[in-house]
Design a protein around this ligand. Sequence first.
Ligand SMILES: *[C@@H]1O[C@H](CO)[C@@H](O)[C@H](O)[C@H]1NC(C)=O
Ligand SMILES: *[C@@H]1O[C@H](CO)[C@@H](O)[C@H](O)[C@H]1NC(C)=O
Ligand SMILES: *[C@@H]1O[C@H](CO)[C@@H](O)[C@H](O)[C@H]1NC(C)=O
Ligand SMILES: *[C@@H]1O[C@H](CO)[C@@H](O)[C@H](O)[C@H]1NC(C)=O
Ligand SMILES: *[C@@H]1O[C@H](CO)[C@@H](O)[C@H](O)[C@H]1NC(C)=O
Ligand SMILES: *[C@@H]1O[C@H](CO)[C@@H](O)[C@H](O)[C@H]1NC(C)=O
Ligand SMILES: *[C@@H]1O[C@H](CO)[C@@H](O)[C@H](O)[C@H]1NC(C)=O
Length: 358
Amino acid sequence: MFCALCVKKMIAVLVLLIIKPGTINADWSVRLENPNPCAVKGSSVELRCSYNYPDGETVQKTAWYKGDLVDGLWKRVALSHLPSYQNRSEYVGDLQHNCSLALHDLQNDDAGYYYFRFDTNTYGRHSKTSVYLTVTELKARVHPERVRAGDNVTLECGASCQLPNTVWFKNGHPVSKPNFTVQAEDAGNYLCAVEGQESVQSDPVTLDVQYSPLNVTVEVSQAGLLMVGSSVNLTCSSVANPAADSYTWYRSTSPSSLLQVGSGQVLSLPSVEASHTGLYFCQTRNRLGESNSTHVLLTVTETDNHRLILLVGIGVKVAILLLLPLLVIWIWRQWRNSASETENHDYENIRAIKRVEG
Ligand SMILES: *[C@@H]1O[C@H](CO)[C@@H](O)[C@H](O)[C@H]1NC(C)=O
Ligand SMILES: *[C@@H]1O[C@H](CO)[C@@H](O)[C@H](O)[C@H]1NC(C)=O
Ligand SMILES: *[C@@H]1O[C@H](CO)[C@@H](O)[C@H](O)[C@H]1NC(C)=O
Ligand SMILES: *[C@@H]1O[C@H](CO)[C@@H](O)[C@H](O)[C@H]1NC(C)=O
Ligand SMILES: *[C@@H]1O[C@H](CO)[C@@H](O)[C@H](O)[C@H]1NC(C)=O
Ligand SMILES: *[C@@H]1O[C@H](CO)[C@@H](O)[C@H](O)[C@H]1NC(C)=O
Ligand SMILES: *[C@@H]1O[C@H](CO)[C@@H](O)[C@H](O)[C@H]1NC(C)=O
């Protein structure tokens, strides 16, 4: 029963095809590859399209239309009549079977229904189906927005529809992975773009990484030996987020003795004494933690001692200058002696033998 019905229907279709081949609906068609394309504002999109008509027909005109509200009524308006599309729409199809349309520099208003129409020498046809184009904007997000060094973050490139692959940039440089464990140097401005159309970008989003003080260093206003009574300033610097808000200075004179000698970013010693000699370091702190600087050695010397050391230094230099020629002469002599010794070796042997014989 069922099969008999099938066969009857098939025969009916075949008969129709044989009798009136040119007017069968299936021969006239417009096919849109993606009925719901979505593209990013500012980017380009191609509405891929192909069309068919019976052999013998000749295509004379093609046009794309947009569904538009005109005086409260939905109408199909040719893109060529819409000024906003003048140099942004491009027919990349042909008069055979390709009816693709490219739209450039997409605007929010470009969202909507699009139709294709072609006229042959005998018929004009609209596409049976339309394409609905969605125009979206990229929105970059970082989760979480405030992180501490060591936390994991996820970069999210949001859009109101499914987008092809997106890529990330940090301060203009590509980011390899959208999930990572943050370090202090990952702080910066991130933005995303659609792969292949990198010039169309989201607004940047800032990743704020908080960390305890790093790279703590001490700068000494005056290097080298300090004379008693002179003034010296030690300045502690570090990189931290938030900035360091507490500084503590320590001096150690032996591994077991540690003295707290001040606070504040600058340790000012306006008139140093011998007892100020020691290893200095600072400890900086923000609410995430603390960190110690490298150690800096301060040596304070009495003025007289200093002169003495200076004089001794000069004396040593003078002595070296006087002794050096003598040393050179002595070395040269030694060398000459040993050279003549090897020359006279055979003679010496003979002399020794003669001595034995004699
Ligand atoms: C066409 O493009 C040019 C520059 O690309 C622009 O200045 C002009 O306003 C555009 N015309 C229309 C009608 O959009
Ligand atoms: C139509 O032509 C365009 C531009 O040459 C091409 O990108 C597209 O793939 C073609 N589409 C079809 C359906 O052949
Ligand atoms: C961060 O991610 C790594 C690898 O994906 C994982 O091993 C680690 O446990 C995560 N850390 C935190 C704090 O979630
Ligand atoms: C990134 O992390 C999110 C949530 O933590 C997870 O769903 C996603 O699969 C991760 N992606 C990659 C590429 O690891
Ligand atoms: C700390 O110093 C190291 C080496 O000098 C440097 O590579 C790093 O970028 C610095 N860290 C910060 C947060 O400035
Ligand atoms: C140390 O700092 C104080 C004030 O901060 C300044 O008056 C003084 O000149 C500085 N001394 C040196 C040696 O830089
Ligand atoms: C810094 O030095 C202080 C005093 O010696 C010590 O108690 C502290 O543990 C040190 N901190 C770090 C991070 O090494």
